[in-house]
Design a protein. Structure first.
Length: 466
């Protein structure tokens, strides 16, 4: 018998009463049975749920305060021999706590429009501003309108997210989590990886145009959002209003472009720890920030991009709003597996950007995860055959799963040139074959996922099961 206890003190839940709110937490569980004990003023819910891919019996006991207005404690028990206290603890955090806290409401909530930043690596990026009504109203756009085309360029994408919250910290927490999930789905839609913004000290080469000399410098990376007057190092503690530059140590935070405007007069590097002042400026900024109707005409593409050739223009499909609406309409099980699949997909496009084997391995895992939405018995091969139809290549798909994915995750194998580099490819016949296999693998895996999206999310009647 494994048991965990969580102390809670919660009230003001969305439902009319605390009793109904607690019942709603467990109403969708399988074979649920509810009991109320008037002696200790508690509800007990006995049900079946999945932990570590095994369906087990779970008992959840919820203790109420004497007046019945507050939930004060929750206890979870399982008699399964395969479940540990750690397993049960993570089950509570992942499946119960998150849903419970999302259901809380608070007195004196206010509207914030928080800006969250992510980056992509692309030669030109995409253009325009896009508004999507999803779990929250979200507007996203490239922060800088760089016109220079480079092979590998960091493009900063700004996401404005409307939330109701009781404080700036509460608002930013909600917005960061909502946007993180939003970009995972967006990664699949437009086939690009969204990176977290993380500042670091790095080496830069600065060109002196006067004497045509080059100078190496060691600076910390960051950027300025001139629209909201924010200095951005990351989405958490590294976000400051530009008016608070005196409270920040410039040599440890600011990059060279901070001084281009010539407006900074810094007399000292003393760090003033004045969180109230900093929060007031950020709070004012995010309360005044509004999502307005997009005035410019966006250059949408007609279909979701699926091609063997990378490096083409990055465009937003015109079905984007239908896509996010369809996600909200998925069944709980399909939503779970599609969400997880999109998370894996984004990891493949970020962590795997310079690691070919890792990228394809995570894409295979994304497909394998999505296959579970069909049925527990549907595997990778069946899923690929179903959605690739006439393009299905059994030998190649078996290689992707059995050799590449399994070899990489279970044995650390690398299948491309990660540890077998040859700079002289003139006589290397294997080089082009590896490129072809890599691009073919991306195409097959992405097409299978997008065909599933067309059928299940976009409800495209032209996608059949045959």
């Amino acid at each position: 018998m494994v048991k965990i206890t969580k102390e809670i003190n919660a009230e003001n839940i969305i439902e009319k009463s605390i009793n109904e709110s607690i019942k709603k937490l467990f109403s969708h569980k399988d074979n649920v049975r509810a009991l109320f004990n008037s002696v200790d003023n508690s509800f007990t819910f006995e049900y079946k749920d999945k932990i570590k891919e095994e369906v087990i019996d779970i008992s959840a006991k919820c203790y109420l305060s004497t007046d019945g207005n507050n939930l004060i404690r929750m206890e979870f028990e399982s008699s399964s021999e395969n479940v540990s206290e750690i397993d049960l603890d993570y089950y509570y955090f992942k499946d119960i706590y998150h849903e419970f806290t999302e259901g809380l409401i608070h007195k004196n909530e206010e509207k914030f429009t928080v800006r969250v930043y992510h980056s992509i690596l692309h030669d030109v990026g995409f253009k325009g501003e896009y508004v999507v009504n999803w779990k929250s109203k979200i507007k996203f756009k490239p922060l800088f309108n760089e016109k220079t085309k480079n092979t590998i360029s960091e493009r900063i994408i700004a996401f404005d997210c409307e939330v109701q919250a009781i404080s700036l910290t509460h608002a930013r927490t909600k917005a960061i989590n909502i946007v993180k999930e939003f970009v995972a789905y967006l990664s699949v839609l437009i086939d690009i990886g969204f990176f977290e913004i993380n500042s670091k000290f790095a080496h830069y080469i600065k060109k002196n145009n006067e004497n045509c000399s080059l100078q190496g410098e060691f600076q910390r990376s960051s950027f300025i959002d001139h629209e909201l007057k924010l200095i951005v190092k990351d989405n958490m503690n590294g976000l400051r209003h530009i008016d608070d530059y005196a409270a920040i140590e410039p040599l440890s935070f600011l990059s060279i472009d901070m001084f281009e405007a010539g407006k900074f007069e810094i007399d000292s590097t003393y760090i003033e720890n004045n969180s109230v002042k900093l929060n007031q400026n950020l709070e004012r900024t995010f309360k005044n920030n509004k999502i307005e109707k997009v005035k410019s005409n966006n250059n949408y593409c007609k279909e979701i991009f699926v091609s063997e050739y990378n490096g083409l223009n990055l465009e937003i499909p015109q079905q984007i709003r239908k896509y996010y609406k369809g996600i909200l309409e998925l069944s709980d099980e399909k939503l779970l597996y599609f969400r997880n699949s999109c998370r894996l997909y984004n990891i493949s496009k970020t962590c795997g950007i310079y690691e070919s084997t890792l990228m394809l391995s995570y894409m295979v895992s994304a497909v394998e995860c999505l296959a579970k939405s069909e049925s527990e018995k549907t595997g990778f091969s069946e899923f690929m055959k179903k959605y690739l139809k006439d393009e299905y290549d059994k030998t190649f798909c078996d290689f992707l799963y059995g050799n590449l994915r399994s070899g990489h995750f279970h044995s650390g194998e690398m299948f491309f040139t990660e540890y077998n580099l040859n700079l002289d490819i003139t006589l290397d016949n294997n080089h082009q074959r590896m490129i072809n296999d890599f691009m073919k693998g991306q195409y097959y895996l992405r097409k299978a996922i997008i065909e599933w999206v067309k059928k299940n999310v976009l409800k495209d009647d032209t996608v059949s099961d045959k």
